[in-house]
Design a protein around this ligand. Structure first.
Ligand SMILES: [Zn+2]
Length: 409
């Protein structure tokens, strides 16, 4: 188990979440149900856009599903048996039993199953960032690390067995590109089933062996150093888990790619092959961030709240030294915002107080406007590490846009 985030240090994500004004909990909404502020929502969307950009290039399509379902869906998938104590259950007025979804796979399967698919249309790659719900015990809840409403950047690829390797390698590339942007070093864990506890898993042993051998071969082909986690598999299939080491030396399980030969069996998923016959397909489950809540808790602590420029809700704070510098400061802020750089101008309070506030909020850049800047129509740029220099506003915009576009860490 990863070590729990520390409670009171400068790294603590709950404290950082408050200081950066990203999320809040409300007693009347309930424990484990984070509410996302405008800034927090922006950060979540920026992360999600990044994942989508990487997926879209590789042929994924977005889908959408409701957050509840009839019990029958989970009886077929096996989730009812496996998760019945963790499910939030709902009774409809007509007496039907429904549940809030604890997973998205069975819903996505119903979309795939809406019509027959020719082998020429395979793979089908669905993705969706959506919330799911688990009735975690209140004693287990902890900031964003353990919540009851979990946002997952979920994806399901429906493919032929012969396509598994290529599809896995695609997701692997996405994972490397995404985590590379945060300076994480990744290690790989092959999460396999525990043969001594076969009652915990769906399906027959032969299928598990085939699936686990495929994962081993993929990791070998990648030349990746791996460890094996016996008993860490999902109940429907083995996983390839990516572990990230953070700046405090802690290991976190982040992205996961799972090979599933059992759900397609239970839901009778097929494609029509070259011979015109029905061929059993397989499913790949993959999340890049995993839970966005947990991912955010990890990066907030890893970066001590100093989000990279592209991900910072406020990218630039404009500070006028005194009131007479305000008109030029307002022009500068307007120009930056018009260029798509999220800029705020603080005009109240003393200069010292405004700088303190911006530092607590870990704003990446300040622009200071005083006498010299007004007369030369410039601004003085200061980063987290100190003064960068005095430049024309268009030069500053060019530099900052370059930093945003490259998603520099
Ligand atoms: Zn899934």
């Amino acid at each position: 188990m990863p070590e729990e985030p520390s409670k009171a240090s400068a790294h603590d994500h709950k404290r950082l979440g408050r200081e950066l004004d990203l999320f809040v909990f409300s007693d009347v909404v309930g424990a484990g149900l984070p509410l996302w502020t405008p800034r927090g929502t922006l950060v979540r969307n920026l992360l999600d856009d990044f994942v989508w950009e990487l997926r879209q290039k590789r042929g994924y399509q977005k889908v959408g599903i409701p957050h509840i379902t009839k019990k029958e869906l989970y009886e077929t998938s096996g989730h009812w048996d496996k998760f019945k104590d963790d499910l939030f259950r709902i009774k409809s007025r007509e007496g039907n039993e429904l549940a809030l979804k604890p997973m998205n796979c069975p819903h996505h399967i119903q979309i795939f199953a809406r019509r027959p698919h020719s082998y020429r249309e395979m793979p089908q790659r669905y993705c969706e960032t959506t919330m799911m719900y688990r009735d975690e015990q209140s004693g287990e809840l902890n900031g964003l690390s353990r919540v009851r409403a979990i946002t997952i950047d979920d994806a399901h690829t429906f493919c032929r067995e012969s396509q598994v390797k290529e599809e896995f390698l695609k997701v692997w590339d996405i994972v490397q590109e995404f985590y590379g942007a945060f300076g994480f070093e990744l290690t790989i864990r092959l999460s396999f089933h525990d043969p001594k506890q076969s009652e915990k898993y769906l399906g027959d042993k032969k299928k598990w062996k085939v699936a686990e051998d495929i994962l081993r071969a993929i990791a070998e082909e990648k030349g990746a150093e791996t460890s094996e986690g016996i008993g860490e598999a999902a109940f429907y299939g083995p996983k390839l888990d990516f572990m990230a080491k953070d700046s405090l030396g802690r290991d976190w399980q982040v992205a996961t790619i799972q090979l599933d030969m059992n759900m397609p069996e239970r839901f009778d998923l097929t494609c029509v092959n070259e011979k015109g016959e029905k061929e059993r397909i397989v499913m790949i489950h993959a999340a890049i961030m995993g839970s966005i809540e947990r991912f955010l808790s990890v990066i907030l602590e890893h970066l001590e709240g100093k989000l990279p420029l592209w991900l910072s809700p406020i990218q630039v704070m404009v500070l006028a030294v005194s009131e007479k510098h305000l008109p030029h400061a307002e022009n500068v802020a307007r120009e930056l915002n018009a260029a798509g750089i999220r800029t705020e101008l603080h005009a109240t309070d003393s200069l010292g107080k405004r700088i303190r506030v911006a530092k607590i909020q870990k704003v990446p850049y300040f622009l200071v406007i005083g006498d010299e800047e007004v007369s030369s129509k410039t601004a003085t740029l200061e980063g987290r590490a100190g003064k960068v220099g005095t430049f024309l506003v268009e030069e500053i915009i060019f530099q900052l846009q370059k930093e945003v576009d490259s998603r520099a860490s």
